[in-house]
Design a protein around this ligand. Structure first.
Ligand code: HEM
Length: 409
């Protein structure tokens, strides 16, 4: 006999609890996950296992609750609300399918591989900028600029604008962060306005002067029989810019933090570049920077004998789902995990559009850094972000080489 979710006696887990980060966050989740597949959070029910997580992500009767969550914080008009409405994540059915079909060819593994030489060049330049030092704050030196400069290249924006793109991406992405929506909606809105203007201008320039980049490809798709409207083009580029910088920055920073704590594995990567793709898989599995992906039930759903009425919001926990298989709590790039699906890039219709590009960036960055940063270690405590939106790292002091951490700084 099915039971209403609200009547269940569930453990409490507050996603936006102060101090929920690092090991505390993993420990709390492991604790609550051991008590069952579902927990209660103030806005949502948290789904803690992979099978149920995938069920909600793939269900036809669910949608991304961007509008509903923004509405809870009073964001119902203005450009931020407009952007949330037009965001590909908030589109459903045929409108969403049509957009994915149009942009899909620009995001295949082959399309992503095209940008690898540019990624290597960017890595070389950042490395040269360090001037032979063997200590850094990794986020400002590498994890931030590398994806921002890559995405600038991909969309055909000037490299000099990469810093601004990085800043905008960070703010626009906070539309998915309930704490930021509550506390800084005006700042997010300002970034959305600035980025809209920037993208419109870039599109106008590419219209006049097509080049070999993503914007020109989208514009060509638009020209060939009115397939993409001008508005759809602007919004897609904005989604790629907003979704494609902060995410990869966060994942790359977590990768280096993990490797500084597992020096033997880093050492083996330095000697065996063939291990890099598997290492990237393991980083994505172990520390997903999108720990919770939200869905709203657009109709009543009954799953595992639990009734979720229409309007119920669920937060699918990739962190628990990814650690469910044998030895899941161990970070081990050599472990045999073939067949263990992970939820870091989501699942179903909205599966991350940029995952091939993100993987290529992570592989290029880690493959480049491993042989150069031999002896990698922490040079101070990392400042970790919260887990309610993109789980990022604010600062990550690292050192390498055989000398003491301070030498060569
Ligand atoms: C490690 C890096 C990344 C992670 C972990 C990540 C994660 C995700 C997740 C979990 C989703 C699905 C959200 C949901 O279903 O609610 C998603 C969607 C999306 N991602 Fe990523 N992402 C990353 C990098 C990128 C990059 C580099 C780009 C662009 C080049 C990108 C563009 C997008 C877009 C446009 C969507 C929406 C797709 C749709 O609604 O159909 N992402 N991403």
């Amino acid at each position: 006999m099915a039971v209403l979710v609200g009547d269940l006696d569930l453990p409490e887990f507050d996603i936006s609890e102060a101090g929920l980060t690092g090991e505390v966050y993993h420990e709390r989740l492991a604790e609550v996950g051991a008590r069952g597949w579902l927990a209660r959070s103030p806005i949502a029910y948290v789904v803690l296992d992979r099978e149920s997580g995938e069920f909600f992500l793939r269900a036809r009767q669910t949608a991304f609750p961007g509008r509903e969550i923004a509405g809870l914080f009073g964001i119902t008009g203005g450009r931020l609300a407009e952007q949330i409405d037009a965001n590909i994540l908030n589109l459903t059915g045929d409108r969403h399918r049509r957009l994915r079909a149009l942009v899909g060819p620009a995001f295949t593994p082959r399309a992503a591989a095209r940008w690898r030489p540019a990624m290597r060049q960017i890595a070389e330049e950042l490395w040269a900028g360090l001037g032979g030092g063997c200590e850094c704050e990794f986020v400002s030196w590498f994890a931030g600029p590398f994806p921002a400069r890559t995405i600038a290249e991909v969309i055909g924006a000037p490299q000099a604008d990469a810093g601004a793109l990085q800043e905008w991406s960070g703010w626009v992405q906070r539309q998915f962060d309930i704490r930021a929506l509550a506390e800084q909606p005006e700042r997010i809105e300002r970034a959305v306005c600035e980025l809209y203007d920037y993208v419109a201008d870039l599109l106008a320039r590419r219209r006049a002067e097509p080049a070999d980049d993503l914007i020109s490809a989208l514009l060509a798709a638009e020209a060939e029989g009115e397939r993409l409207s001008a508005g759809e083009c602007v919004n897609l580029v904005l989604n790629v810019l907003a979704g494609g910088v902060d995410t990869t920055t966060a994942q790359l920073a977590h990768a280096l933090r993990l490797f500084a704590a597992h020096p033997d594995q880093w050492e083996s990567l330095g000697q065996r570049p063939d291990l890099v793709p598997g290492a990237v898989d393991e980083v994505l599995r172990f520390e997903p920077i999108t720990p919770f992906t939200a869905r709203i039930c657009t109709e009543q759903i009954v799953h595992r004998d639990v009734i979720f009425p229409a309007g119920t919001i669920v937060a699918i926990c990739a962190e628990r789902a990814n650690r469910q298989a044998a030895a899941g709590e161990d970070f081990d790039i050599a472990a045999e995990r073939a067949g263990d699906r992970v939820l870091t890039f989501g699942a179903g219709a909205h599966f991350c559009l940029g995952q091939n590009l993100a993987r290529a960036e992570l592989e290029e960055a880690i493959g480049f850094l491993a042989p150069r940063l031999a002896g990698l270690r922490a040079a101070g405590p990392a400042r970790l972000g919260g887990v309610e939106g993109i789980y990022g790292i604010e600062s990550l002091p690292l050192a390498w080489g055989s000398a003491s951490p301070r030498a060569g700084a």
